[in-house]
Design a protein around this ligand. Structure first.
Ligand code: IPD
Length: 280
């Protein structure tokens, strides 16, 4: 049977590679840093330039498709996921890494139809790793099939998480309370790549058993959520049940029992949803 989104996925891979060239080139220049919601929520002209490049290029080929892009939403556009074909874009996932030259920076492009992810492309530009997944057809890195870890014992696992961009004492306490409980299970280690998309691809690749975070956005994890599930992993909400990509909470794991063990240790809270319109 023919795959109707085959051309769109090929285009996503090509444009992610092109975006990666722009990101690598920009690393050689001075990076002008601006801030968004707080002094540690960073953005650069390269984030904005790459997002424009991707959206313009997709619009030329697929003029009826819709977009959710990190920088477009920051500029005031709606973050609505409808049934229409929608490209969900994070031009640079790992902006803080990009600013500092810390080598985990990804271009993330997810594609959803009827609110279901059809394909996901995450290009880790500095590692030159192209992660891809097509619904029902597996996940790959540079063409090699990905499979999550077979580890069943959380005490022999590595868990990835992040510290987010809120320095509100209560939010920081929640993060450290969860981290302490998970570390003391005990697990082999806890890691942070500085990019939600790359953390998720590490789960899909089998070198990290699970990743969790509260505070991510739909553009950080849309593409990589399909990469994890197509590699055999599971996605859950931090309180259990199905993940809701607009809820800004996620647990991605190699297996359900490990996800559930993490959920037991997390101090959960609910940040404002991505699809809640800003208050006037
Ligand atoms: C951020 C990164 C970071 C995660 C944040 C994200 P950005 O995305 O993925 O690892 O902790 O929650 O917002 O701002 O670099 O695109």
């Amino acid at each position: 049977m023919s795959d109707i989104w085959h051309n769109a996925m090929d285009h996503a891979v090509a444009i992610a590679r092109q975006a990666g060239d722009v990101v690598r080139e920009a690393l050689r220049d001075d990076r002008m840093v601006m801030t968004k919601t707080s002094s540690v929520d960073l953005v650069t002209q390269t984030d904005q330039k790459v997002e424009k490049l991707i959206i313009q290029s997709v619009k030329e080929k697929f003029p009826t498709h819709r977009f959710i892009g990190e920088e477009s939403v920051a500029a005031g556009e709606a973050c609505d996921l409808t049934d229409s074909p929608t490209w969900i874009i994070d031009p640079i996932d790992g902006t803080t890494n990009f600013v500092h030259g810390f080598p985990f920076v990804a271009v993330s492009i997810g594609f959803s139809v009827n609110k279901q992810m059809e394909f996901g492309v995450v290009y880790s530009c500095l590692e030159d790793k192209m992660f891809t997944a097509r619904r029902g057809k597996g996940a790959f890195c540079n063409g090699n099939l990905l499979q999550v870890s077979e580890q069943e014992d959380i005490r022999q696992s590595i868990i990835a998480t992040e510290f987010g961009s809120s320095r509100d004492p209560e939010a920081v306490n929640n993060i450290f309370s969860s981290l302490r409980s998970i570390l003391c299970i005990p697990v082999h280690g806890v890691r942070s790549a500085g990019s939600a998309a790359i953390n998720m691809c590490l789960v899909a690749s089998g070198c990290v058993e699970a990743y969790y975070e509260i505070g991510i956005h739909v553009w950080d994890v849309a593409a990589s959520s399909l990469i994890v599930s197509e590699a055999g992993g599971v996605l859950m909400d931090v309180e259990g049940g199905a993940v809701d990509l607009m809820s800004r909470r996620i647990v991605a794991a190699n297996r359900r029992t490990i996800a559930e063990r993490i959920i037991k240790e997390i101090s959960s809270f609910s940040p404002p949803r991505d699809d809640t319109p800003p208050q006037q």
